[in-house]
Design a protein around this ligand. Structure first.
Ligand SMILES: Cc1cc2nc3c(=O)[nH]c(=O)nc-3n(C[C@H](O)[C@H](O)[C@H](O)COP(=O)(O)OP(=O)(O)OC[C@H]3O[C@@H](n4cnc5c(N)ncnc54)[C@H](O)[C@@H]3O)c2cc1C
Length: 545
């Protein structure tokens, strides 16, 4: 593509990667979705074209360049405690709420919608994550909150009709006056995020409900209408639903102190908040706060993994697209042997990643009626979150380098993807905490979770049995915590290989297993020793067209 400007012709730059079909161009995604029970290729392709439009990419840039602003006071000194977002952020919220990403896995009453809603949503979520991530935070929290609200039918029945709506209503009004609402959550305090039992925020019973005083050090998407928060009630740490307005229509006592100045996730606001005698409903019994909120946390962890996989996908698509159009030393980059080895190895990693997240979403679909699938979701969710969210930053960085200097500048998308990636590992249980959770699951729910390991080992792939034996032995040893990272990574890789065996051509699953079980690659991509045919296959599957 050449364009004449005053001093020279612009040559050898790749055309923008936009106006693409994020579904039809992605063979591994299509296969993983189909294998996990979703047969709606035409609808997903329409969704993929819509989200892959040039204007969506443009709006995503605007939403992230124009960060949300906290309006603590008005001009006369009255408290406002609101956050103003760029219109592009609201446009994305309207899109995702309109598509039902905040609720499509639930029915009107708040029970699971049933298969294949988790996979159908995961496929869409994966595509949205390729374009704009900040707004997905409240989308994720809203859908996940229903899991926790299920323990308190009265509160669920009150809020569910508004959650179920597919209309995004950004107005700062009491929840019952709005056409649709979103939910956030606040657990992390200054003295502890992992150790929520150390929460100092207090809840006092008041006329059947509660009044809460204290703080949260991180509370994202503070313009949500209701927040699930943890606080110390007389009976111990308890979960509460705290609306932005009290039942008499006054603004509730949530004082937004400051917005975090974050590495990435810029379109989304993350606040520090103080609760001043704030009204709240109890959700679940007093003293059962962690047990209650964990219903939400498993779902948000799944979304962290899908979102990171989506970031990886966009990074790889940009890299493969660029190398197909850029010539260096009289040869397309895509034909340079080392670049082929690099992008093919990355494509193979993503094959395993997308198969894995879709298979995990399937486990969530089947869990309510199938104990084995419930155990699979229980054991693998922290392992998958750990592996994918940890893999994403290095993967995106490698993709960035494929674009050379263009990868590093803000007009391109790679810089934003790179800054976005670490947050998924940090929130909702940081890396070590995910590994501890796997160790806990294998200890406390030993029969079920060992059954998952045994089932994975049965996949007819090289290295699986040895890997499963090693994982089981390591995680059962008295010093399991010290070696948990290696074992949990291996567990996730095994699960990815097994997922590929169910969804991808046998050759792909074999390639994945032989290059990764045990790890035969170096620390960077492009070191997997793939032969020329394998590279061609992987690269043609990675980006159609
Ligand atoms: C952008 C962003 C948005 C967020 N939004 C929200 C939100 O909306 N609501 C909310 O409640 N929180 C939110 N958080 C907070 C987030 O969930 C916490 O930061 C996270 O849970 C970690 O808690 P912490 O920061 O207190 O770190 P700590 O708990 O102090 O942990 C520090 C490190 O120690 C490790 N660690 C902890 N325990 C162990 C152990 N036993 N052995 C070995 N290592 C261990 C952890 O893995 C971590 O790496 C957000 C964070 C970010 C960055």
């Amino acid at each position: 593509m050449a364009s004449r400007i005053a001093t020279h012709e612009v040559l050898n730059q790749s055309p923008p990667y936009e106006d693409v079909d994020l579904f039809a161009s992605d063979t591994p995604l299509q296969e993983a979705v189909r294998a996990n029970g979703v047969d709606e290729a035409a609808a997903l392709s329409e969704f993929g074209r819509h989200w892959g439009a040039a204007d969506m990419f443009h709006q995503a840039r605007l939403a992230n360049q124009n960060e949300p602003k906290l309006e603590t006071f008005d001009a006369k000194g009255f408290r406002r405690d609101i956050v103003e977002f760029h219109p592009a952020y609201h446009a994305f919220m309207a899109e995702s709420v309109g598509a039902g990403l905040h609720v499509m896995t639930w029915n009107r009453a708040g029970s699971p919608a049933g298969p294949p809603s988790e996979v159908a949503r995961a496929a869409r979520y994966y595509m949205v994550a390729q374009v704009e991530n900040g707004h997905m935070c409240p989308i994720t929290m809203t859908r996940a909150s229903v899991g926790a609200l299920n323990v308190e039918p009265k509160v669920l029945a009150r809020l569910m009709p508004k959650i179920f709506s597919r209309q995004y209503d950004a107005r700062f009004l009491p929840w019952w006056e709005k056409s649709g609402i979103t939910l956030g959550m606040g657990m992390t305090e200054k003295q502890g995020g992992t150790d929520v039992r150390a929460n100092s925020t207090r809840a006092e019973p008041a006329g059947g409900d509660y009044r809460i005083t204290g703080h949260k050090w991180f509370m994202s998407a503070p313009m949500c209408d209701v927040f699930l928060v943890l606080a110390q009630a007389p009976g111990g740490l308890t979960c509460f639903a705290m609306p932005r307005f009290t039942p008499d229509g006054n603004v509730n006592g949530l004082r937004l102190q400051r917005l975090k100045d974050k590495l990435g996730n810029r379109s989304n606001a993350s606040s520090e908040v103080e609760f001043v005698d704030a009204f709240a409903w109890r959700v679940g019994e007093e003293g059962r706060g962690v047990r209650t909120i964990i219903e939400m946390v498993q779902l948000t962890r799944l979304d962290c993994a899908i979102a990171s996989a989506g970031l990886m996908r966009m990074a790889l698509a940009q890299a493969v697209h660029h190398t197909r159009h850029r010539t260096v030393f009289q040869k397309r980059l895509a034909d340079q042997p080392m670049m082929r080895a690099l992008t093919a190895d990355m494509a193979l990693e993503l094959e395993g990643t997308v198969a894995l997240v879709m298979r995990l979403a399937r486990a969530f679909d089947l869990a309510p009626r199938d104990r084995n699938e419930a155990a699979r979701a229980r054991l693998l969710t922290p392992a998958v979150k750990y592996w994918i969210c940890k893999t994403a930053p290095a993967f995106i960085y490698e993709a960035m380098e494929c674009l050379g200097g263009n990868g590093y500048v803000e007009e391109g998308m790679l810089a934003r993807l790179y800054r976005e990636a670490p947050v998924n590992a940090i929130w909702e249980g940081s890396g070590n905490v995910m590994c501890l959770d796997v160790v806990r699951a294998l200890g406390r729910e030993a029969d079920e979770t060992r059954g998952v390991l045994a089932a994975l080992a049965c996949a007819d792939l090289p290295g699986m049995r040895d890997a499963a034996a090693l994982v089981a032995a390591t995680l059962a040893a008295p010093d399991a915590e010290s070696h948990a990272r290696a074992a949990v990574e291996q567990l996730a890789v095994m699960a990815a290989a097994a997922a590929l065996a169910e969804s991808a051509p046998a050759q792909i699953a074999e390639l994945f297993a032989t290059t990764r079980l045990p790890r035969r690659r170096g620390a960077t991509y492009g070191t997997a020793h793939l032969d020329g045919d394998a590279m061609s296959l992987l690269l043609s599957r990675a980006l159609a067209g």
